[in-house]
Design a protein around this ligand. Structure first.
Ligand code: GLY
Ligand code: MN
Length: 485
């Protein structure tokens, strides 16, 4: 691979010097850098260039860009990756690129910006730190010796099969030209470069969401892999049950995260580890509680794979390894609702069919328990929905690179639309009896149960991508017993 172009060694400063004269990217506790040291540091380094194989997403991303450009002929479309987010002071969260940016480019490096204009597609990227400026050894976010070597522009181009230019050229590239739409809210810097047109930009966000509704075979394989690694993470957690009982919810959070990092990119969302009444808090991510035998434990966890597709799976386990009669009855009710929901998933069915099927089962089950103030049929009437006091949330959402995928799609294309082959959605009904709910018998208070699987719409029905994890109560018990040894 050739020498880096000179533009790579002239990375402009990210910001003006700090008021106290410090260079940007350094901190108050960093030692002074005398010129002799700086000059010495700039000498004597090997060329870091390397041959980079083509990423297998490259041709798919090219086809996606072509479709996107067709939706906005003659216009310029700007999709930023975003940048670091501060966790505390000078410490950032690990970078995770914006989903739409990566979907249309394959790029996962920080600060890049994809610009699509008919058949010209350019990725503006931040290059590798040159060795003839201070960045590589002084900048905490971008310096190779602090944060790791970034790929060069040539390496990104070779990997993604895309024209790549220096990100410093972006302002000039956007200064004049055709109507420009920006995928806003991802990069404040890029948002500032182009005057906003709320309607036009919202329409771009809608289209990039709707284009992701149907997954291609490569994406389905990514989701299957995410589900498979998620299964391993659930198994790891049960194998460590003694530690779980010792340390509580935190142990499962950490155990699952270890698997997600080892075999994926990360967790796709904060793991929900809810023991006892914590299971009735839908997004319990504090995960600070004990895990007590006799109670139920709700685990809602998903691995995000290396190409950023995430699983989203929930199982509710008996901490002692065996459901009590009451727990089993409630569990089987939720399972029956989920099964009816899964059976409702097929091409041409309404997106809401799974929800309606699951809620019908749960409303009748709640009526049988004597909890509803009206009949199940009356409760199911859209003007009532009183059963939802104990079901709380929708049964399905699209799944992909975002756990709640395609979030900017129009209702007419998503919640009010029919399912199509290639869509992937969750089916995740639950029953939640809050600890302070005076309208349920005491024995139900503090019980939360959710069962969630990731379901692909196939040509003639559906395929459960997360079926490797058992669901039936006796299968769950057998599985726990086997793993705990
Ligand atoms: N896994 C969390 C949710 O679907 O909201
Ligand atoms: Mn979910």
């Amino acid at each position: 691979m050739s020498e880096q172009p000179s533009s790579e060694s002239t990375t402009p400063p990210r910001t003006d010097p700090e008021p106290d004269g410090r260079d940007p990217g350094t901190q108050s506790h960093d030692p002074a850098v005398p010129e002799a040291y700086a000059a010495f540091m700039r000498t004597g380094w090997a060329d870091p260039a390397r041959d980079v194989p083509r990423h297998d997403v490259a041709p798919l991303a090219a086809a996606r860009r072509a479709r996107l450009a067709e939706a906005f002929p003659g216009e310029r479309l700007v999709l930023p990756a975003g940048t670091f987010k501060v966790r505390s002071n000078d410490t950032d969260y690990r970078f995770r690129p914006d989903t739409a940016h990566t979907y249309f480019s394959g790029n996962q490096t920080t600060d890049a910006v994809l610009v699509v204009e008919d058949d010209r597609h350019v990725l503006y990227a931040r290059p590798r730190s040159g060795r003839d400026s201070d960045e590589f050894f002084r900048d905490r976010q971008y310096g190779a010796l602090w944060a790791g070597e970034r790929p060069s522009l040539e390496e990104v181009a070779a990997s993604l099969d895309l024209e790549v230019r220096h990100v410093a050229d972006l302002p000039e590239a956007l200064a004049a030209g055709p109507k420009t739409r920006v995928h806003r809210g991802v990069s404040a810097d890029v948002d500032r470069l182009v005057e906003g047109d709320d309607t036009a930009d919202a329409d771009l966000a809608r289209v990039v969401s709707e284009m992701r509704l149907v997954k291609d075979d490569w994406e389905v394989a990514q989701l299957q892999e995410a589900c498979d690694v998620t299964t391993l993470g659930f198994e790891d957690s049960v194998r460590e049950w003694d530690r779980v009982l010792e340390h509580g919810e935190r142990w499962i959070e950490g155990t699952f995260f270890r698997r997600a990092r080892a075999m994926g990119n990360d967790i796709g969302y904060d793991s929900i580890v809810g023991a006892g009444s914590h299971a009735t808090t839908l997004h319990w991510i504090d995960n600070t509680g004990p895990v007590v035998p006799g109670e139920l434990l709700l685990l809602d966890m998903g691995v995000e794979g290396r190409n950023l597709y995430t699983a989203d799976v929930t199982r509710t386990l008996p901490v002692s390894g065996t459901f009590t009669d009451l727990q089993r009855d409630l569990y089987e009710l939720v399972l029956a609702a989920q099964q009816r929901g899964i059976e409702a998933v097929r091409p041409g069915a309404a997106f809401l069919a799974a929800h309606e099927a699951a809620m019908e089962v749960l409303a009748h089950g709640l009526a049988d328990l004597g909890l509803l103030p009206v009949s199940a049929e009356e409760a199911l009437d859209p003007s009532s929905k009183v059963y939802a006091r104990w079901t709380l949330h929708g049964t399905s959402h699209m799944l992909g690179m975002d756990v709640h995928d395609c979030g900017r799609a129009a209702p007419e294309a998503y919640t009010k639309a029919e399912l199509a082959e290639g869509m992937v959605l969750t089916v995740e009904p639950g029953l939640y009896f809050q600890a302070d709910d005076l309208l349920v018998p005491e024995e139900l208070r503090g019980i939360g149960i959710r069962i969630e699987d990731d379901v692909l719409v196939t040509a003639d029905g559906s395929r459960n991508l997360s079926a490797a994890l058992p669901r039936a109560s006796h299968d769950v018990e057998e599985w726990m017993g086997r793993l705990r040894g």
